[in-house]
Design a binder for this molecule. Structure first.
Ligand code: UDP
Ligand code: UDP
Length: 477
């Protein structure tokens, strides 16, 4: 029998690509009539990222999953863009004719699978008369926020600045609690960013035949049920939303040397159960030297055992945080000696492996969506310290709606000018609360962990949603 062929088109961000490949693997495991070809594009301004993408592909060997490298642009000097997102946008436009050519040559193409920023490719699918499925790698509540804001703007001419004027909270259909203005993400509130990128993506989401979300129904029941009420999301009906998560990144590339990795895991093996607080702020965040000092003092004063992932700010704008050449210079004098018996400061860890370790008792996290799902899956309670993007909203959901986290900070935003330091006292208090006090939070996160595991098992809600998605794809071919 002829296979159902999908082309997968994902922007060159590791975070998007790793999750999309995990989704592809799950789909292929469920239905061997599918065949998925990932069209890989690389970001010439990011050689480090390109190397990571290449090693990810080299490490992926799954029947039915194929890779096709799109040509890299030869000269981008006249693009005049240094910002990662602007560059990605331009690169997607550059790749569009290549994608069109491949798609039109693919016999019996069943559809395109794209990520949340590659929406320009929907034009290609429409021209060829095949469906597009969009993979949204953040949560359903945030998806709802984008769709709701776009509805108000396009149908009622009410921009975000009008909505937030003179109010402290907004009632949003995908959130159970009123959302404080301070936790709205900069991508929605900064006019230029919203109208250049996000508004356009959101309009495009409605053109997809399905939106696949990395979440599970029990985690975001409010958001999921809001999608079935048309009145919240305007006149243009929404495509069906498939909550298929948690999709976890199980193929993490070890950038640590294997000796460092095994030394760290051995150290964890020697620590008592749930005694270690783990601090990690994702792949993109790094802190100002003064803030690093405050964190260090806060950890030390809490008296708890710790594993702290610390990297210095990128060398240039749009780059990635790097390991410190000399950690001692970044930390308070004598910190490493004083804490040598109870803690470790490291540059990069395979986070899922750490969170799965029984010695880890709590997670101080920036609440990136992947980190959020990983912590829930592992049943580790969170102390929230969001840094940018939609992380403040995620933190708000975790603390106020789900009760599986305590707040170190809810509305810290690295992109805000004059952002105040989070003090050592706040860090100490947050760590003590999550490690010593909040038994209820610990119990609740274990319940959600159980639910997250059940969701993807046979008969679970995400298992069911993935089946529906595959059926939808096959029935249109
Ligand atoms: N990653 C890694 N080693 C690194 C940096 C990133 O394994 O040194 C992986 C990690 O598993 C994570 C993903 O890359 O899932 C995040 O990539 P990236 O920093 O590109 O994030 P994005 O820009 O997509 O948010
Ligand atoms: N990650 C990791 N080691 C690190 C930092 C990050 O493995 O030292 C992984 C983490 O497990 C997660 C991803 O990188 O899968 C970060 O994604 P998230 O959405 O949490 O945040 P982002 O990096 O996009 O800010």
């Amino acid at each position: 029998m002829e296979k159902f062929k999908l082309l997968m088109m994902v922007s060159p961000r590791m975070g998007h690509l790793t999750q999309a490949l995990e989704l592809a693997k799950l789909m292929l495991a469920r239905n061997n009539q599918l065949s998925i070809t990932a069209l890989i594009m690389e970001l010439p301004i990011d050689p480090h990222g390109t190397a990571r993408i290449q090693s990810l592909i080299a490490a992926t060997n799954v029947e039915g999953l194929h890779f096709h490298h799109l040509p890299a642009p030869e000269d981008t000097s006249d693009w005049n863009i240094t910002h990662r997102m602007g560059f990605t946008f331009k690169l997607l436009e550059y790749q569009k004719p290549h994608v069109r050519e491949i798609a039109s040559k693919t016999k019996k193409l069943s559809g395109l699978l794209i990520d949340l920023v590659s929406t320009t490719m929907i034009d290609v699918a429409d021209e060829l008369g095949v469906p597009t499925y969009l993979f949204f790698t953040s949560g359903a509540a945030f998806l709802g926020l984008m769709l709701h804001f776009q509805t108000l703007e396009d149908e009622q001419n009410r921009g975000i600045s009008d909505l937030v004027e003179g109010v402290s909270h907004l009632i949003l259909p995908s959130f159970a609690e009123p959302v404080p203005i301070g936790v709205l993400p900069a991508i929605a509130t900064q006019k230029e960013h919203w109208s250049t990128f996000v508004l356009k993506w959101t309009r495009d989401y409605r053109r997809a035949k399905g939106i696949i979300v990395n979440t599970f129904s029990d985690l975001e029941s409010n958001a999921m049920s809001s999608f079935s009420l048309d009145s919240y999301y305007g006149k243009t009906s929404l495509p069906p939303v498939f909550p298929v998560g948690p999709i976890l990144n199980r193929s993490q590339i070890h950038t640590q040397s294997s000796e460092d990795y095994s030394a760290m895991m051995k150290w964890l093996d020697c620590q008592p159960k749930t005694s270690v607080v783990f601090l990690c702020f994702g792949s993109l965040a790094s802190f100002h030297p003064d803030q690093v000092q405050e964190i260090a003092y806060g950890i030390e004063r809490s008296g708890h055992r710790f594993l702290w992932v610390l990297r210095q700010p990128p060398a240039n704008e749009g780059g990635f945080p790097r390991d410190y050449e000399n950690l001692e210079l970044a930390l308070p004098e004598g910190f490493l000696d004083r804490t040598a018996s109870i803690g470790k400061v490291v540059g990069w860890v395979p986070q899922l492996a750490v969170l799965s370790h029984s010695a880890v008792g709590a997670f101080v996290s920036h609440c990136g969506w992947n980190s959020t799902l990983e912590s829930i899956f592992c049943g580790v309670p969170i102390a929230t310290w969001p840094v940018q993007a939609e992380q403040q909203l995620n933190a708000f959901q975790l603390v106020r709606e789900l009760g599986i986290a305590v707040e170190i900070s809810l509305d810290y935003n690295q992109q805000k000018e004059n952002q105040a330091l989070v003090t050592a006292e706040q860090v100490e208090k947050g760590i003590r609360e999550i490690m010593d006090v909040e038994i209820e939070v610990r119990i609740r996160v274990k319940e959600f962990s159980e639910k997250s595991r059940l969701a993807t098992k046979e008969g679970g809600s995400s298992y069911f949603a993935l089946g529906n998605l595959i059926q939808d794809i096959c029935s249109r071919s």
